[in-house]
Ligand binder design. Structure first.
Ligand code: IMP
Ligand code: MG
Length: 182
C-alpha cells in the first residue's frame, strides 16, 4: 500500500476527451437530476452490456434513491463498424411491468441499439421508460430516439474508455478518449 496517487493510465492511440474528474462531476449532476425526477419512486436502471456498465453503476451510486439494476445484452457492432442490426443476447432478469425504467447507455450512435432495446422494454409494459447516456453522438443518428439524459453531445469520433471498447479493449480506462488511427 502507498499513499501516492496512482499514475493516470494513458494509451498512445487514445486522445483525451473527458477526464475521470470531468466524468465524475457530470455523472453526479445527472444522478441528482434523476433523483429529482424520480423522487418517491424506485426506478430500475437497465444497462446495456457491456459498454454501459461503468456509467450505469456510477449513475446509480450518484442517485440518492432506492435504485434497482438490471441488464440486457445486445450485439450490434463488430469492431468499430456498425453491422446495422441488433440481436438480443440477454433479456432482463426481472419483470419491469408497471415500473419506471431508465435505460442506461454508454454512447448512442445510430440509435439502432436504443430503438431495439426500447421495443424490448416496452413489450414488458413498464410504467415509463427514459434513456440516459453518457455520450450522444448526435451527427451519427439514423433513427430518431428519445435521449432524456445525456452527459455530453459529441461528434462522430469513435470513443473508448469508461466502459466503451474497441474490439474489447480500453473498457477499463477511467477517462473517455478518441481512438486515433494506428
Ligand atoms: P448504435 O446502435 O449505432 O446507436 O450504437 C450503439 C452501440 O454501438 C453502443 O452500445 C456501443 O456499444 C457501440 N458504439 C457506438 N459508437 C461507439 C463508439 O464511439 N465507441 C465505442 N462503442 C460505440
Ligand atoms: Mg463495443
Amino acid at each position: 500500500m502507498t499513499d501516492r496517487e496512482p499514475a493516470v493510465q494513458t494509451e498512445p492511440l487514445v486522445r483525451m476527451l473527458f477526464t475521470a474528474e470531468q466524468i465524475a462531476a457530470r455523472v453526479r449532476e445527472m444522478g441528482l437530476e434523476l433523483a429529482g425526477d424520480y423522487a418517491g419512486e424506485r426506478p430500475i436502471y437497465v444497462g446495456v452490456l457491456k459498454g454501459a456498465c461503468v456509467f450505469q453503476c456510477d449513475l446509480a451510486r450518484a442517485t440518492p434513491l432506492d435504485v434497482e439494476l438490471d441488464f440486457v445484452s445486445v450485439a450490434s457492432y463488430q469492431g468499430t463498424l456498425s453491422s446495422g442490426s441488433a440481436t438480443l443476447i440477454q433479456d432482463l432478469r426481472h419483470s419491469v411491468s408497471g415500473r419506471h425504467v431508465v435505460l442506461c447507455e454508454g454512447v448512442v450512435d445510430s440509435g439502432l441499439t436504443v430503438d431495439f432495446i426500447l421495443n424490448v422494454l416496452r413489450s414488458h409494459k413498464p410504467a415509463s421508460v427514459k434513456v440516459a447516456t453518457l455520450l450522444d453522438k448526435v451527427p451519427c443518428r439514423k433513427l430518431t430516439v428519445p435521449v432524456d439524459y445525456a452527459g455530453w453531445k459529441i461528434g462522430s469520433e469513435f470513443v473508448v474508455g469508461y466502459g466503451l471498447d474497441a474490439s474489447e479493449r480500453y473498457r477499463n480506462l477511467p477517462y473517455v478518449g478518441i481512438l486515433e488511427e494506428a
